[in-house]
Write a new protein. Structure first.
Length: 195
């Protein structure tokens, strides 16, 4: 199997980002975005997806965390797209439900090359650790667009920290499943012959 790795940089007037990704890693994360809760979520994402992930982001946090979270999602999404290449042999589809105490998140993914995102549910609190809860949903949307994923997510619970963390863990587990190689398949999982 070829290496499924990528290194992507993004530099704008709002953020300066370096991302490396190994889809077939061991779950090791080195993350510094300046937003502690977001770093925690990206660490959980890497750990539970068994992705080796480094993220270094210098963003305009004097404004808020929006540009940082959005641009990291764009860059990580581009890294997934690059690392997957032609997507030969991948499972393609996956779904996961992940609980965290009273909260549960559901994630259904198709690594289709066709970006689509839907979200069902509401976060119980507006903000968690200096990041608005809504930015977790926005992270998933931006990742979906840039990685070429059809992504359906939902959350329910009573604590936004738990809801957001379950979402990131569910996303990680679903992406790990969907990007896993099926040894029976040498082509792509599509009647079109490409994804």
């Amino acid at each position: 199997m070829t290496d499924r790795t990528a290194a992507v940089t993004r530099e704008t007037a709002e953020t300066d980002i370096d991302v490396t990704l190994d889809i077939d890693g061991a779950g090791e994360a080195t993350v510094d975005t300046g937003v502690g809760f977001f770093d925690h979520m990206l660490g959980a994402f890497a750990t539970h997806g068994l992705f080796d992930l480094t993220v270094q982001c210098d963003g305009d946090l004097e404004i808020d965390a929006h540009h940082t979270v959005e641009d990291v999602a764009i860059t990580v999404g581009q890294a997934f797209d690059e690392a997957l290449g032609e997507k030969r042999g991948i499972q393609r589809f996956a779904d996961r439900k992940v609980p965290l105490d009273e909260a549960v998140a559901s994630v259904v993914v198709d690594v289709s090359g066709r970006p689509y995102f839907s979200f069902d549910g509401e976060f119980s609190q507006r903000e968690v650790g200096g990041m608005t809860s809504h930015m977790a949903q926005h992270f998933c949307r931006s990742l979906s667009t840039n990685a070429g994923l059809t992504l359906h997510c939902g959350v329910e619970g009573e604590n936004a920290h738990h809801e957001v963390e379950a979402l990131f863990k569910g996303l990680a587990r679903a992406l790990d499943d969907a990007t896993r190689i099926d040894e029976r398949r040498s082509d792509v999982a599509s009647t079109k012959g490409e994804l």
